[in-house]
Design a protein around this ligand. Structure first.
Ligand code: UD1
Length: 436
């Protein structure tokens, strides 16, 4: 079975280049079908979630050209007003952006309910509330599809009951070509909301206030072609920052927007890391054992829930008792059972994890429970003594481009293997590297 084999114990050191933001790219690729002209999108990460949404766009007639690994040219002129449904669409979360995009373009959309990581209930009531406020009739219809339809979409004043990234983006897309003005209050402020708004504005949309909690949209007649480059991935960058800290390494993370990483650098400083920022890079140095801290996940600019497993690993190795409060998703501590196999001491009570830091981990066989937790377990294995095998890596490949390759370039001993023979060869190569 395909898995990662890891030999831990090497502090990570060197430089790593961050890819484009997966969650921004999912929204922007979906929005690209709204124009009837070609759109060129650069800095798209090469990960399986992206291939899934591109496949869905092709299935409904979108012309997709893929001139290099990180660039897509999409022409939405031939996109058909058809149901969007296939296995891949049902597995990823970001496919729900096709509801807002197609509703905005055709006043009608029928899209399979999204999947995504099993980290909680993940309702989409706020998305549907927004579509209804714009004048759409919305129903859940068999087989597990969202159907939304409107004579005319009309701008509206929408107050979101919870701060939702997905609902904010979906409502923006459904309203950019609606008649009149839309105001979204209590909007999500995540960097990818801003990136999506910038992308749509470059296509002629009139969106103001993205990045604040009040977004104002003036409906335009149509959108035109554009060229756009996706922002760097805040969570990929954060994962390498925390991996550097957990292995007591020295890593410079390049092609980042340091502003997007402030809540992460603040926490790393609290634990005793040294952080140096430049225009588009952050260097993380951890020379000694880190110390405990407390953290609560919150919407941006708070500490991101997508970094909660990574900080859980770090604090499990830090001196003292730390408390993590998960306030966004109710089922996001599953990774702590896997971490216990390595010797971590974590007690979960509801949405709180109480962590007694241990001196070190020992390698173990683990299953990635979801995308971010999977990456965090790899980090733990890198910090452990001995070997670990990590299974269900398809989760990790949904969101991390070249994960083993980038880690190897930082001195990690990690390989993706499929057979016992491949594993034996990988382990031999680790030992040669260490001796050499
Ligand atoms: C997105 C990200 C995900 C990240 C999350 C929070 C994508 C593809 N996924 O997920 O990686 O972990 O933001 O930063 O971009 N909620 C409702 N009703 C709704 C929508 C959301 O109650 O209609 C709740 C959710 O259950 C959750 C909270 O709002 O408790 C935030 O969810 P949301 O921001 O919508 O997350 P996603 O868009 O699913």
């Amino acid at each position: 079975m395909e898995h990662y084999v890891v030999k831990g114990g090497n502090p990570l050191s060197g430089e790593v280049e961050i890819s484009g933001a997966k969650n921004a790219a999912l929204a922007i690729l979906a929005a690209s079908v709204m124009a009837d002209q070609p759109v060129k999108i650069e800095n798209v990460p090469d990960v399986s979630d992206i291939r899934a949404i591109v496949g869905a766009i092709e299935q409904i007639g979108g012309q997709v050209d893929h001139p290099d690994r990180h660039t897509y040219c999409i022409n939405g002129a031939f996109v058909r007003d058809e149901p969007v449904d296939n296995d891949a669409v049902r597995k990823i979360r970001g496919s729900y952006y096709l509801i807002g995009a197609l509703l905005g373009k055709f006043n009608q959309a029928k899209v399979a309910l999204p999947g995504g990581c099993d980290i909680g209930l993940r309702p989409i009531d706020q998305h549907l509330k927004g579509f209804r406020a714009l004048g759409a009739t919305v129903r859940l219809v068999p087989p597990g599809m969202v159907w939304a339809s409107a004579q005319t979409l009309t701008g509206s004043h929408i107050y979101m009951d919870v701060v939702s990234v997905g609902a904010t983006i979906n409502i923006i897309m459904a309203s950019v070509m609606a008649k009149g003005n839309t105001i979204i209050e209590n909007a999500a402020k995540e960097p990818h909301v801003v990136d999506l708004a910038n992308f749509l504005n470059s296509m002629g949309a009139r969106i103001r206030g993205a990045g604040t909690d009040v977004i104002r949209i003036r409906g335009v007649e149509k959108l035109h072609g554009t060229e756009y480059s996706i922002i760097p991935d805040q969570i990929e960058a954060g994962t390498y920052m925390f991996a550097a800290a957990a292995t007591r390494g020295d890593v410079t993370i390049r092609n980042v927007i340091p502003k997007h990483l402030e809540c992460l650098t603040a926490k790393l400083k609290e634990t005793g890391c040294e952080i140096t920022e430049s225009d588009d890079a952050v260097r993380v140095v951890a020379v000694r054992r880190l110390t405990h801290t407390n953290v609560k996940t919150l919407p941006y600019p708070g500490f991101p829930t997508d970094m909660q497993p990574q900080i859980g690993v770090l604090l499990s190795l830090a001196k003292g008792t730390s408390i993590i409060t998960e306030s966004i998703f109710e089922n996001r501590f599953k990774y702590t059972d896997e971490l216990a196999k390595m010797g971590a001491s974590v007690r979960v009570e509801g949405n709180t994890a109480i962590i007694e830091g241990v001196e070190g981990f020992t390698g173990a066989n683990m299953n990635a429970p979801d995308l971010r937790a999977g990456a965090a377990l790899v980090t733990a294995a890198l910090a452990a003594t001995g070997y670990s095998d990590i299974y269900d890596i398809h989760y990790i490949e949904r969101g991390y481009e070249d994960f083993p390759e980038k880690l190897r370039a930082l001195g990690a001993c990690i390989a993706k293997v499929n057979t016992a023979e491949e594993e034996r060869k990988a382990v031999n190569s680790f030992n040669i590297r260490i001796v050499g």
